[in-house]
Design a protein around this ligand. Structure first.
Ligand SMILES: [Zn+2]
Length: 45
């Protein structure tokens, strides 16, 4: 799984995750997760 914000590889089961439109996204840090949660449309594919 790749962090959609910074592109970092976060492994199969990242601790920080968000679901959006039926897909799950993983994050390397709380700040990346926060950016995604603020405007998921910008980062979700
Ligand atoms: Zn990140």
């Amino acid at each position: 799984m790749k962090d959609p914000i910074c592109g970092m590889e976060v492994g199969e089961k990242p601790k920080l995750r968000s679901g959006y439109k039926g897909k799950e996204y993983g994050f390397c840090s709380p700040s990346c997760k926060q950016s995604f949660d603020k405007s998921p449309d910008r980062y979700a594919k």
